[in-house]
Design a protein around this ligand. Sequence first.
Ligand SMILES: Cc1ncc(C[n+]2csc(CCOP(=O)(O)OP(=O)(O)O)c2C)c(N)n1
Ligand SMILES: [Mg+2]
Length: 294
Amino acid sequence: MAIAATDNQTLNLGQRTERVRDAAYRIRHHSLNMGEVQGQGYVGQALGAADMFAAVYADQLDFRPAEPDWEDRDRFLLSTGHYAIGFYAALAEAGIIPVEELETYGSDDSRLPMSGMSTYTPGMEISGGSLGHGLSVAVGMALGLRHQNRTQRVINFLSDGELDEGSTWEAAMGAAHHQLGQLTAMVDINALQADGATAGVLRTEPVTEKWEAFGWYAQRINGNDPRALLQAFDNIAAQAALASRPSVILCDTKVGRGVPLLENREKAHFMRIEDNEWQICRDQLTEGFEGSNS
Ligand SMILES: Cc1ncc(C[n+]2csc(CCOP(=O)(O)OP(=O)(O)O)c2C)c(N)n1
Ligand SMILES: [Mg+2]
């Protein structure tokens, strides 16, 4: 069943959390199916970020599934093109693309290329694979909306690797300078990059203090906890002062989250998963999800 975000005001936090948890489970399930098409890929990121995508699409964004270019939609910008598996799964959950289309992922003539591109995929706002650019585009988009007297939100998803990029921090400075209260950044701090652990590639900590020093309202949470994600968004919505200050939600996540076989995998940035392991992954995911329900 597709999810719809706009009725979240009629639900209490517990009900909203349940809805996000359910959506995240389905996003993970779809992601495993898509990964199996190629036998490898950025599956660990999809599993790790599923709760973040679910919180956005099942609870936060205002959008029309059948009309992805609706002018009054909130904008979600995937800066990390390589997270496309998880994002396509979220678009399918949101009803923007059909679930059956997910099996075309990465194939010739598919609308779902291996790295996310806006020209191919409905609901994909930007082509984000060149890392470090998403936040700059988000700042421009938020400024453009403001010039048109529009109040739609812009949410930019970025990775901890993108905090290595100077362009990210230029954009952060610009957002605070221009008082872009309708802009929210979500950073997936999975402690991993292509060349290994984030802490070993380039020390970006203390991350929260850096964003605060750049003028942002910053919260650091467990990004695999749907309730914490919703509370973070609620905190932003509840503060009038944030109408003129950008916000960032710093999300500590676990690569491969929900599938123990993949959670401690070596070479987790781009995973090779054997033919016989995919079903084990799905079984472990479902077992963990049902176990947490009982
Ligand atoms: C500007 C730019 N430089 C380098 C790359 C190559 N690249 C692809 S993914 C990646 C890792 C970036 O870190 P992160 O997104 O945190 O990695 P993950 O958590 O997915 O392992 C890199 C360096 C790129 N896509 N764009
Ligand atoms: Mg990372």
